[in-house]
Design a binder for this molecule. Structure first.
Ligand code: NAD
Length: 273
């Protein structure tokens, strides 16, 4: 559990973090738990071992966690995940739409199955989870002892919501879609005091992009794209997610916060152009 945080900024709040058995989602779950939130650790299927380990780490630090299996692209699974969460904890205060995947291919070789899987999980999954969260936030309204907002939705986007990515058209399209889904939800839900924002990670060391940082040669190539000179860690995102979920960011809605060491600053132009 991270120790460099102000304790209890999310005291008493319930957070669903999709895809939180690994990588960024795990770091967000641990960071939010360290701030007092009770966590739903979601995983899509297969063995629950990794999800259970995250929940055990949270519980051993004295916070609450449950594990729920749900494929975020499956409407029934998502509805059941929210029902189980509400049955267990009473409500939901924070949704972190983190689950995502890549199925890379050259554009002309990309199959419809590869296209659909990435759009289904990365974009439709965020829609399905956000819709259930917003319904619960609207039903419950603001609980002043917990937060100034009636609820917070954080979408895990990417620098590729704005940076085109050859060989990854499905992924870039999904994250571009997340950008306008997030902004449109934020516009529609702001009068109800529901805040919706995105985090746009740059390169973060997780299983999704292992080949890009695993060897010293690969990391050296990657660093050419990162003016700040280091590859990100999952905890870099966890700390920002806590801030976006807390009342410290109460006037922030409809924004993507890029956490990318400057990857979106067009580093190639530092010496050319
Ligand atoms: P990761 O592979 O460790 O995590 C992705 C998680 O999503 C996994 O736990 C996986 O089980 C889960 N998942 C996949 N399909 C799912 C489904 N249908 N239902 C529920 N869960 C599902 O990789 P990560 O880097 O931690 O990725 C997390 C998010 O961050 C993704 O949305 C990814 O696009 C985004 N992101 C990552 C980076 C990076 O550099 N690592 C950069 C930008 C954006």
């Amino acid at each position: 559990m991270p120790s460099n945080v102000n304790a209890n900024r999310l005291q008493g709040q319930i957070a669903i973090v999709t895809g939180s058995s690994s990588g960024i989602g795990k770091a967000v779950a641990l960071a939010m738990a360290a701030e007092g939130a009770s966590i739903v650790v979601n995983y899509p299927g297969g063995t629950p071992d990794a999800a259970n380990q995250v929940a055990d780490e949270i519980k051993s630090a004295g916070r609450k966690a449950i594990v729920i299996q749900a494929d975020v692209s499956n409407e029934d699974d998502v509805k059941k995940m929210f029902a189980k969460t509400i049955e267990t904890y009473g409500t939901v205060d924070i949704l972190v739409n983190n689950a995502g995947l890549q199925k890379d291919a050259a554009f002309v070789d990309m199959t419809l199955a590869q296209w659909k899987l990435v759009l289904d999980v990365n974009l439709t999954g965020q829609f399905l989870c956000a819709r259930e969260a917003a319904r619960e936030f609207l039903r419950r309204g603001i609980v002043p002892v917990k937060s100034k907002a009636a609820g917070k939705i954080i979408c895990m986007s990417s620098v590729h919501e704005v940076i085109p990515w050859a060989g990854h058209c499905n992924y870039a399209a999904s994250k571009g879609g997340v950008m306008l889904l997030m902004k449109s939800m934020a516009q529609e839900l702001a009068p109800h005091k529901i805040r919706v924002n995105s985090i746009g990670p740059g390169a973060i060391k997780t299983p999704i992009n292992r080949s890009a940082w695993e060897t010293p040669e690969a990391e050296k190539e990657l660093l050419k794209l990162i003016p700040y000179g280091r590859v990100g860690e999952p905890s870099d995102i966890g700390l920002v997610a806590v801030w976006l979920a807390s009342d410290e960011s109460d006037y922030v809605t409809g924004t993507t916060l890029f956490v990318d060491g400057g990857m979106t600053l067009y580093p190639g132009f530092a010496t050319g152009g």
